[in-house]
Design a protein around this ligand. Structure first.
Ligand code: ZN
Length: 273
């Protein structure tokens, strides 16, 4: 992707963060890697009026903390930058104070293996980083610790971080994080979840290879899409997965819009009824 395309993708995903309800006020911020630079949303501007040229850039790995752009980078730039430095695999980061992830963070609860989708986060838990004041080195260090071997975490009394190979994938994971946070929270209201074993999460993680928000492929790639859908159909055998396998398979074909809360809420209601 060119720098221009990345800037455009950031703005598009900012608007998506609003439309999915993930963003609360102006609390969310996004960043993406472009070569040895991080492009990040500026602080204090409504996403509706944000332009690609408004984004700030910060060098990764040298002149730490310096920036360029018409507006100051997000006040949360430090953990964005530290994640980019520490995790070369990360090309996009989403940070938001989405409601359910934040509720769990306020209660200091990490998310356990209550749903197989947790495997998309790299392991059987989504950790809760210890509290530290926003924008501080301490918060950044706590976040990095919680993100060890993980693609997302929640931040105590604050919000969440989701990462990905690019900003669209990070946004996809942020929606997944908020969804699983909501599901876990609501399961606590009806007696608590039945948790999946670490072995099962490792098994699902293996099956997930290549799963997630897919890059667009040429038209003849349908075989690959089918093959990718197959393992998830098998996952039906696992407890709790049955009702969800179908919407997920759909989401695989139309990666962008449909992965969010909608498919999830229905089966949940069904299960309870
Ligand atoms: Zn924040």
């Amino acid at each position: 992707m060119t720098e221009r395309e990345i800037r455009k993708a950031i703005v598009e995903n900012c608007l998506k963060m609003n439309s999915t309800g993930l963003n609360q006020g102006t609390s969310g911020n996004l960043s993406a890697r472009y070569k040895d630079v991080m492009i990040i949303t500026p602080s204090g501007i409504a996403y509706e009026v944000l332009k690609p040229s408004d984004l700030a850039t910060m060098p990764i790995g040298k002149n730490y903390g310096s920036w360029e752009g018409p507006l100051k980078p997000s006040t949360e730039w430090r953990f964005h930058l530290d994640i980019m430095i520490d995790r070369p695999d990360v090309g996009g980061i989403v940070h938001t104070h989405s409601t359910y992830a934040t509720i769990l963070s306020i209660a200091g609860k990490e998310i356990p293996a209550c749903h197989y989708m947790i495997a998309a986060f790299g392991g059987p838990t989504i950790r809760c980083a210890d509290y530290a004041t926003f924008g501080t080195e301490e918060l950044s260090a706590n976040a990095l610790k919680a993100l060890e071997d993980r693609t997302g975490c929640i931040l105590a009394n604050h919000g969440m971080i989701a990462t990905g190979a690019n900003v669209a994938k990070a946004m996809w994971l942020a929606v997944e994080l908020e969804t699983i946070a909501k599901q876990y929270y609501q399961s606590l209201l009806i007696g608590g979840p039945n948790l999946l074993s670490n072995e099962e999460i490792a098994n699902v993680k293996e099956r997930f290879k290549g799963y997630g928000l897919q890059d667009k492929k040429p038209a003849n790639s349908s075989r690959k899409t089918k093959a990718a859908a197959k393992p998830r159909a098998k996952a039906q055998a696992k407890p709790g997965a049955k009702a969800r396998a179908k919407p997920s398979a759909k989401a695989q074909v139309k990666p962008r819009a449909k992965i969010q809360a909608k498919p999830r809420t229905k089966p949940k209601a069904k299960k309870r009824a």
